[in-house]
Design a protein around this ligand. Structure first.
Ligand code: NAP
Length: 260
């Protein structure tokens, strides 16, 4: 299916690896030119080069921390202040116990996984509205619908972003801008490897065993792949997605056992 977005420009945040990279790859495969971002320069440049070469699009890498005002300013500068498509993403907060987190931990999590996405939408969505077309996909987490106790910082920040999007998405849809959230369940990325390592240490089992136990809880019996995730993201950015507004799409292999 032609998604009708060839020649558009997208900002994909936190995209040198993992789910962000999956989204960048899938958009590039549709002919979308990219600005991509991550903190580590070497991996970012390698990713930008590989995507540009494979899909014959322009990919500008901006090494910056997207959770800081300075990092966002540099990324927005590279876009000349405008983009047709925005994919927000950043690393997730660390696991822990609810009694251990203090105000600074919450502020860091909220800055990283809520306020930075909101700031990018505030910077780019007005231009999309003026031009009469835009797509925003926020990478959040399945934890928004099914909280993971030890990821309480993530649960807190991401539900805050979800609440913001629920209202805002309905205020911009009449200008051709569709804002939605993608909720990853477990996907085979560095983040999943780190979480498995945590379970392995806590339960005194091998990382392979931790993964096997988790896979057994998923109806697909396997972790998702970044390319599966990217394909869903590209569809939400398509012309065909014009009637999908303010939704929270679970990509979890059916792990959340609910009817709706
Ligand atoms: P990942 O494989 O660890 O990749 C993270 C990417 O984000 C890397 O490119 C990393 O590069 C970049 N990044 C991290 N912090 C950044 C920052 N402050 N500014 C700019 N770039 C940054 O992680 P992932 O699995 O793709 O996860 C992406 C998001 O989805 C995370 O928030 C994660 O918590 C969430 N999530 C993932 C899963 C899963 O199963 N994978 C499930 C639920 C939710 P640098 O380190 O070089 O900056």
């Amino acid at each position: 299916m032609d998604l009708g977005i060839k020649g558009k420009t997208a900002l994909v945040c936190a995209a040198s690896k993992g789910l962000g990279r999956g989204c960048a790859e899938a958009l590039a495969a549709e002919g979308v030119n990219l600005v991509i971002n991550a903190r580590g320069e070497a991996a970012l440049i390698q990713t930008a080069y590989a995507i540009a070469e494979r899909h014959q699009v322009t990919v500008e890498p901006v090494a910056a921390d997207i959770t800081t005002a300075d990092g966002r300013a540099r990324v927005l500068d590279a876009l000349g202040g405008k983009a047709d498509i925005l994919v927000t993403n950043a690393g997730g907060p660390p696991p822990g116990h609810w009694t251990d987190w203090d105000r600074d931990d919450f502020i860091r999590a909220i800055d990283g996984n809520m306020l930075s996405a909101i700031a990018l939408m505030q910077a780019l969505v007005p231009g999309m509205m003026e031009r009469g077309w835009g797509r925003v996909v926020n990478i959040t987490s399945a934890a928004v619908r099914a909280p993971i106790a030890q990821l309480g910082l993530s649960n807190t920040a991401r539900t805050g972003l979800t609440g913001f999007v629920a209202g805002m998405a309905r205020q911009v849809a009449d200008k051709g801008v569709c804002v939605n959230n993608l909720l990853p369940g477990i996907h085979d990325t560095d983040r999943a490897t780190a979480l498995d390592a945590g379970v392995s240490a806590a339960q005194g089992i091998s990382a392979d065993e931790a993964r096997a136990r988790r896979e057994a809880t998923i109806p697909t019996r396997s972790y998702g792949r970044a390319e599966d995730f990217g394909a869903a993201c590209a569809f939400l950015c398509s012309q065909q997605a014009r009637f999908i507004v303010g939704q929270n799409l679970m990509l979890d292999g059916g792990a959340l056992n609910v009817t709706v």
